[in-house]
Design a protein around this ligand. Sequence first.
Ligand code: ZN
Length: 163
Amino acid sequence: MARAIGKVAKRARVSAVLDRKLPAQLYAKAREAAANAYAPYSGFAVGAAVETSDGRIFAGANMENASYGLTMCAEIGALQAASSAGALKKIRRMVIVGGPIAGTTGPPQAAAPCGRCRQLIAEAAAVGNHDIEVWFADLDGRAVQRRPISELLPDAFGPANLA
Ligand code: ZN
C-alpha cells in the first residue's frame, strides 16, 4: 500500500515538473542572449526573448554601464527589437532567465522582471489588446514561473489613461 502511494506521488511530481518546463525555443534564445550579457558590475546576467503571434522571436540581454543608473534590462532589448520590427502589438509571450554569472550555491531562483520592465510589457499588452504570458526562471531554466502580465502588474497605467 505504502509502495503504491509512493508511486502515485512520484508520478504527480514528475507531471508538475513537466508543466513547469519553459518553452524550449524561447528559452534557448533567452539563454543565448544571457551568455552575451554585458554585466561587469553586478555579475548578474539576464536574457529575455519575446515571441510574436506570427512566430518571430526577438531577444535581448542586460547591458550595464559605468554610470550604474543607465543600466538596461534584457527585457528592454527584446521589447525594443520587436518594436523596431513593427511587432510590438504581436508579442504573445516571453521568457526571461537570469542569475549570477559565477553560478550560485543556493537554491535556484527565478529572475522576475523588475517594476520598470513590467510597465513596458504591460504597454505591449495594452497596444496589442491581449495579455502577455511571462515565463521566468534562473539561467539553467529552473525555478520556473509562468504568469500573465495582467497579474504581474495589475491595474497598470497605460495608453487608455491618456485617452
Ligand atoms: Zn527590468
